[in-house]
Design a protein around this ligand. Structure first.
Ligand code: CUA
Length: 145
């Protein structure tokens, strides 16, 4: 081993020891919290439809293999719904073709659309991103009464 190789080896070892020390200090000394999942905090712990006032709703949707939570969604005709959507596992889709809603449900990300449901009826909600073997069964309906 010549002198240059020896110096490079020493610098590399010092750098690795420094890097390891910095990581250990971050975890233990500085008490840095690792980021959690969106689905670990409210309101995404569980999907829900929240009524704000007459005709105004917030819909928090958690997509997961291979369903939507909440599964049954019902709002009165004329309602304006703020839809917030995320995923608990892999990338899913949230598509309401009749309302031109096309949102990806991505873990750690919250998608948003505001939709007004004027006409009573049943609106298909479809997962339109391939998400595994149950993808073709991942759909539900939003009922407007
Ligand atoms: Cu979920 Cu496809």
């Amino acid at each position: 081993m010549n002198k240059t190789e020896k110096n490079i080896l020493i610098v590399s070892i010092v750098f690795l020891v420094f890097l390891f020390g910095a990581v250990m200090y971050s975890v233990n000394g500085a008490q840095i919290q690792l980021p959690g999942c969106v689905t670990d905090v409210k309101p995404f712990e569980k999907g829900e439809l929240k009524k704000l006032e007459d005709g105004r709703y917030q819909l928090f949707v958690v997509a997961k293999m291979w369903t939507f939570d909440p599964f049954k969604i019902e709002v009165p005709a004329g309602s304006v719904v703020d839809i917030y959507i995320t995923s608990a596992d892999v990338v899913h889709g949230f598509n309401i073709p009749e309302k031109d809603v096309n949102v990806m449900a991505i873990p750690g990300v919250i998608g948003y659309r505001q939709v007004k449901f004027d006409k009573p009826g049943e609106y298909d909600i479809i997962c339109h991103e391939f998400c595994g073997v149950g993808h073709q069964n991942m759909f539900t309906k939003l009922v407007v009464k």
